[in-house]
Write a protein that binds this ligand. Sequence first.
Ligand code: ACO
Length: 471
Amino acid sequence: PENVGILAMEVYFPSSYVDQNKLEDFDGVSKGKYTKGLGQEEMGFCHDNEDINSLCLTVVARLMEKNHVDYKDIGRLEVGTETIIDKSKSVKSVLMQLFDESGNFDVEGVDTSNACYGGTSALFNAVAWVESSAWDGRYALVVCGDIAVYASGNARCTGGAGSIAMLIGPSAPLVIEPGLRASYMRHAYDFYKPDLTSEYPVVDGKLSVQSYITALDNCYQNYCRKASKKIKTKSSTFNLSNIDYMLFHSPYCKLVQKSVARIVLNDYVHQEHQHYSKDDQTQLKDLCQFKDASLDNSIFNKPLETAFVKASECLFERKTKPSLLLARQVGNMYTPSLYSCLASLLISTSLNELTGKRIGLFSYGSGLAASMFSLRVTEHAGLPEVVNPAKVNDLPTFTLHSLVSGLLEIRVKLKQRTQLEPERFTAILECREKTHTLANYSPQSTNEHIFPGTYHLTHVDEKFRRTYERK
Ligand code: ACO
C-alpha cells in the first residue's frame, strides 16, 4: 500500500474549563504568569464521571459515526495513554465493547505508554501494520487520550484533558513521509508517576524543560540529516525553510514558541539560516552578536533565548501559531497534545494553502521518548485499497476536504463549554483525588454539563468493574 497516513480524525475535550486569568488570582501568583508567562488562556478538566475509558469511548464512537466507517472494517486498534486505571486491562479492551454489534473481534493492538509519547508510538505501530505483510486490507485506528492533572502548586495550571482518534490507511490526505523519522530516547526522572494510587505525577519542572529541548535539538538535527539525503532541496541540505508548518507537543504554548526559536538557533549555528528566504533572513539580522553561539549550555541562557524568540517571531506566527488553538484553550492533553495541534492547524488554514505542504511534528514524552517526523498534505486522495473490490462502492472516500470538515465543529464546541470558577475546579480535583480508585462507587457529579453523545462513568462495582452510558 502507498501513501499510508491519516484518513480521518476526531477530537474530544471536556465541556468544563477554568479561566487561567482567574486561576492566577486564585493561586495568588503574579498577574500574567499563566497567561503571558506560559501562554495559556483556559484549561479543560473532567469531573468524576469521566475517566480514560469514557474519553476514548466517546472519541472512537464519534469518529466511526461521523465518517460512516463500519466496525468490521477495522483490523487494528491501538491506544496511547499515560492515564492508567488498571495495571492489566487495557483501554483497548474496553473499547472492544463498541465492536460487539458488528461481531468483529479480529482486531490487533493493545495500549502503549510512555508519558505524552504513547500516541505517537501507537501511530507508528499502526502505520507499520498497514505497510507490513500482516496487513489484511482493513483500516487501523489510533486513539490517544489522557486526563492531565497536577497536585496543587506551580504545575497545576499546565493540566488539560482530551482524546483524539485517527483512522489510518493507504491513499491518505495526510501521508506520513516514509523514512523521515528521527528519535531520541534516554533515561530521565523529569516527570513520572510512581505512586499508582495517585493521578498526579512527580515533576522536576526545570529538568522536564531541559529534557524536552535537548530531545528537540537531537531529533531536529537527526531528522535534517536524514531528510538531506532523501529530499532534493535548493540548498542540498535541509532546514526549517523546507518545513511549511512545525508542530510540537505542547505542555504550554510558551514552550512551543521557544521551541521554534530553538530550531532557528540550531539552523543558525549550522549556518543553515543562509538558505532561508530573503524576508526570513532579514528577521534574523540582529542576531550577529550570537554568531559564535553554540548549543552547549545554552538552554537556560536568557539573553540568547530572548533574542532568538524575538527574531523568530514571524516564523512562529506563520509556521506554528495556528496550531496552538486547542493547546491554549484546553491545555496539555498529554498524548493527544501534538495531534490537537495538527487538528488546530487544519481548521485554521485554507485547504488551498495546506495542499502539497510538509508538516513537521515533534513528539515528546517524559522519561524520556521523543521523535520528529513529517506529514505531506496530498492534493487529493483516492479510494482506500481494500481487499474486497466488491465493497469499494460502499466505502467512504477520505479527502483533505472530508478530513477537515469533520473537525470544523471544534470551534463551536469550544464556545459551548461551561466555565467554572477556580474554587469549583479545585473542589472537583479534590473529589477525584478521594474517589478515583474506589470500588462500589457512583460518580457524584451530574451529567447535565457534558456534551450530548459523551460516554460517562455510571458505576464502579464491588469488583472494580466499570460501566458506562452515553448521553
Ligand atoms: N508576567 C509575565 N510572565 C511571567 C510572570 C508575569 N507576572 N510571572 C512569571 N512569568 C514568566 C517567567 O518569567 C517564566 O518565563 P520563562 O520561562 O521565559 O523564564 C514563565 O512565566 C514561567 O514562570 P516560572 O517561574 O519559570 O514557572 P514555574 O517554575 O513556577 O513553573 C513549569 C513552570 C516548570 C513549566 C511548571 O508549570 C511545571 O512543572 N509544569 C509541568 C511540567 C511540564 O509541563 N514540563 C514541560 C515538558 S514535560 C510535559 O509535557 C509534562
